[in-house]
Design a binder for this molecule. Sequence first.
Ligand code: CU
Length: 279
Amino acid sequence: MKMSIGQTGRRLLGLAVAGVALATSGAAFAELGQPAPWEYKLQGAASPVMEEITKFHDWLLVIITVITLFVLGLLVTIVIKFNAKANPVPSRTTHNTLIEVAWTLIPVMILVGIAIPSFKLLFQELDIPKADLTIKATGKQWYWSYAYPDNGKFEFDSLLAQDKQPRLLGVDNEVVVPINKIVRVQVTGADVIHSFAVPAFGIKIDAIPGRLNETWFQATKLGMFYGQCSELCGKDHAFMPIAVRVVSDQEFADWVETAKKKFASNPANTYASVGAAAQ
Ligand SMILES: [Cu+2]
């Protein structure tokens, strides 16, 4: 099948329009705190750390784009100007001090330009500010348990709820946190290594048996935020989602009161079983 130039042009235009439509519809479907179909960007940020991660990501994207275009430009120049036909007698130059200094110094400057924001971000992630609230997340095969050691001392299990939306992310008991408060998350594993990750908050930390890892987030937006276990942990690794509900201070206080009663006799509640074992 032969196409005229006009036909090819129209096909290409059609493809481009379809591509743009796909890209923008991906953005239109995007909902805060969960993945979206055809998503190619990071999830929307809902914490100061994630905002910085997004900025850093965008900065790196600028750097790699400029480098890639520059190298492409060099390659095209070489192919056109210095092929055997265009340049039958090649130059025998072997050294050029200026270029050698430049191609050493410029990459060093690029690396420094990456290292400085990178270390700033690393310190922001690892330096946990004074926490308003602590939550302990324990990874188990294959669900999460959450303990609230400060607020009323209760603990509960959070299992995938098959009938809930979004599919494979909804759980029976959600983690609830107040908005704009610094939440310290202590993470451990009860059996094998899991990983506690919530993209919109910019957190991902291994849950290792016998070890207590710490991370933090400050949710700056109300709503539901979803994450998943991010370390291969066995056959149901894909079915132990993390669901965090960010609410107002008042709603959080009310929820704590309800949760204390609801989970008081929960067998997962280690605070209750410690008391029972002592009797
Ligand atoms: Cu896991």
